[in-house]
Design a binder for this molecule. Structure first.
Ligand code: DAH
Length: 332
C-alpha cells in the first residue's frame, strides 16, 4: 500500500504539472481526493493490514494526503491568477483602438477637386516649388520690371554667382508652362495642385505659404463656354447641385479676357473663389504653341479659401498649427 501511495503521489504531480484549465483541475481533484477517488480507494486497503503494517501505512497515508492537498492548493492558486488573465482578453469586451488618423482638410479639398477634374479628363500634374523667373513670370506674360511684378511679390533664394536667379513659386501657373513644354502638342488638359509662397504678413486670411490648384486646357476650338462648363461641373459637385457662379471681368497678365469668379452659396451670398480666363496668345507663343491654331483656358483657385468656405474655418492659421482638436473634426 505504501508503494501504491507513493505512485499515486508521483502520478498526481505529473498530471497537475501538465494541467492548465481550472475546470479540469476540479475534475482532477475529485479523481484523486474525492470520496470515491484514487486516494480513498488505495487507503481502503488499510483494513486488510496487520496492526504493525497499519502504523507505517497510516503515517504514509497522512503524509501523502497532506502532500496532495498542498499540490492541489498550489495549483489552484497558480491557475487562479491565469484565470484572471483569461478574463482580461475577453473578446466580447470593446477593444482599445489606436487613434485613427484622418486626411488633412486641405488634402481633402485637393483630392475631391482632382477627382472631379479627373472625371472630366484632366490629368494631375506636379511641379517644383523652386522655380526660375521664366516659369513664374516671363513665359506667363508677366514683364520682369517692378510695377508688373508688384502683385506677384516673391521670395528669392540666395543668388549663386553665374546662375540665373531662383525663387519659390508664387503661383501654380508655373505648371501651365512646365506642362506645355513637356507635352508640346495639344490637346493638353491638366490640373496642378501645390504649394505657393508669398512674403505676406501672417494673419487670419494670409499665410506666407498656401495652396493653389491650377487648371489648363489647350486644344483646337477651346472657348470661354468650355471654361464655364468645366467650372460649373466642378462647382456643382464641390459645393452642391444648387451652386451658381458669377463671372466678373478682371485682369491677369496670362489670360485675355480674364475673370474673377464668385460662387453663390445659399444663405451666405456671393463668395470669390477663383481667377480664370482664356490663355493669352503670348503664353502659347512662349512655349511654341501656335495661337492661330490653338486656344485654351486656364484657372487658379486658392485651396485654403475653398476649405475655409466649405468647412466654416475662420482662421487660415488653423490649417498649419497641427492641433489635433482642429484636425480631428475632419474625420469620415
Ligand atoms: N495665378 C493667379 C494668382 O495666383 C491665379 C490665376 C488666375 C490662375 C487666372 C490662372 C488664371 O490660371 O487664368 O493669383
Amino acid at each position: 500500500m505504501i508503494e501504491e501511495l507513493k505512485n499515486l503521489e508521483t502520478e498526481a504531480e505529473r498530471e497537475l504539472a501538465a494541467l492548465a484549465d481550472p475546470q479540469l483541475l476540479q475534475e482532477l481533484k475529485v479523481k484523486y481526493l474525492g470520496r470515491k477517488g484514487l486516494f480513498a480507494t488505495v487507503t481502503a486497503e488499510i483494513a486488510h493490514l496487520t496492526s504493525d503494517q497499519k502504523r507505517a501505512a497510516g503515517q504514509e497515508m497522512n503524509r501523502v494526503k497532506r502532500a496532495l492537498e498542498e499540490l492541489f492548493a498550489a495549483k489552484e492558486k497558480g491557475l487562479g491568477s491565469s484565470d484572471f488573465s483569461i478574463q482580461a482578453i475577453d473578446t466580447t469586451m470593446p477593444g482599445t483602438y489606436p487613434a485613427a488618423g484622418a486626411l488633412h482638410p486641405l488634402t481633402r479639398v485637393i483630392g475631391e477637386t482632382a477627382a472631379i477634374f479627373q472625371r472630366l479628363g484632366f490629368f494631375t500634374e506636379d511641379g517644383d516649388e523652386v522655380e526660375d523667373e521664366r516659369h513664374n513670370f516671363s513665359a506667363l506674360n508677366i514683364p520682369l520690371d517692378p510695377p508688373a511684378r508688384d502683385s506677384f511679390d516673391t521670395f528669392y533664394l540666395a543668388s549663386v554667382p553665374g546662375q540665373p536667379p531662383r525663387l519659390l513659386r508664387s503661383q501654380t501657373s508655373t505648371v501651365q508652362i512646365r506642362a506645355m513644354e513637356r507635352i508640346g502638342e495639344p490637346p493638353i488638359k491638366i490640373i496642378a495642385p501645390g504649394k505657393v509662397y508669398r512674403p505676406d504678413a501672417t494673419d487670419a486670411t494670409h499665410s506666407f505659404m498656401f495652396h493653389q490648384i491650377e487648371g489648363l486646357m489647350v486644344d483646337e476650338g477651346v472657348s470661354f463656354a468650355h471654361l464655364k462648363g468645366v467650372l460649373y461641373a466642378w462647382a456643382r459637385e464641390f459645393f452642391g447641385p444648387k451652386a451658381k457662379l458669377r463671372f466678373r471681368p478682371h485682369f491677369f497678365p496670362f489670360t485675355e479676357p480674364s475673370a474673377e469668379i464668385d460662387v453663390w452659396w445659399e444663405g451666405r451670398g456671393w463668395l470669390e473663389i477663383l481667377g480664370a480666363g482664356m490663355v493669352h496668345p503670348n503664353v502659347l507663343r512662349a512655349v511654341k504653341i501656335d495661337p492661330e491654331k490653338y486656344t485654351g483656358f486656364a484657372f487658379g483657385m486658392g485651396v485654403e479659401r475653398l476649405a475655409m468656405l466649405k468647412y466654416g474655418v475662420e482662421d487660415i492659421r488653423h490649417f498649419f498649427e497641427n492641433d489635433v482638436r482642429f484636425l480631428g473634426q475632419f474625420r469620415g
